[in-house]
Write a protein that binds this ligand. Structure first.
Ligand SMILES: [Fe+2]
Length: 189
């Protein structure tokens, strides 16, 4: 479940329908996908097979050509350089579409002069439209496994704004440790 924050006003939203509404108003697609079809040890091929229908549907909707699965661990070679590419404010010439299978990361979106952060975790699908000013980093455990869709690998090129806005925001993740108090109680009728 994502956590949406507006850091400038210290406003945090954790209710799914409110997150959906706020992100829709910003032009950001957000969905919750069922994770029960795959396990932590599922291969990339098994993930792509398990979600083939959803992956194809998104390809049709967004005009994406390909999808893959990327695994990032703290020990991934070149991780610092990879994170440094994307943790400064930038845009892309294509959509940034992610379905998070494991780990957590935080997208900062700078839209219409207002910064929002979306901490994404397992089961979150997020689509940041091309041209959206944003930056991204991982949470403290530096782990993420995600499905990515893309039109063209050259679209991953970050075009930096050089605004320095990213310097003013700490990538504070609530992280898995924060999940405890958010356990929902089922009330039977
Ligand atoms: Fe990006």
């Amino acid at each position: 479940m994502a956590v949406l924050r507006f850091p400038d006003t210290d406003r945090t939203i954790e209710n799914e329908s409110e997150i959906l509404a706020e992100l829709a108003a910003l032009g950001i697609d957000y969905e919750r996908w069922d994770l029960s079809r795959v396990g932590a040890d599922s291969t990339a091929e098994a993930v792509l097979t398990a979600y083939a229908d959803e992956i194809e549907e998104l390809k049709r909707r967004g005009g994406y050509q390909m999808a893959d699965v990327i695994d990032v661990y703290p020990e991934t070679p070149g991780l610092d350089a990879m994170l440094a590419r994307f943790d400064k404010e930038h845009t892309h010439a294509e959509d940034e579409v992610r379905f998070i299978l494991a780990g957590r990361g935080i997208f900062f979106l700078n839209i219409a002069g207002r910064v929002a952060s979306v901490e994404v975790g397992p089961g979150d699908m997020l689509r940041v439209p091309r041209g959206t000013t944003h930056w991204f980093t991982l949470c403290e455990d530096r782990r993420i496994r995600t499905v990515r869709w893309f039109q063209d690998t050259t679209g991953w090129t970050p075009y930096y704004t050089g605004s320095g806005v990213d310097q003013g925001y700490q990538p504070l993740c609530f992280g898995p440790a924060y999940l405890g108090p958010r356990v929902q109680t089922t009330i039977s009728a």
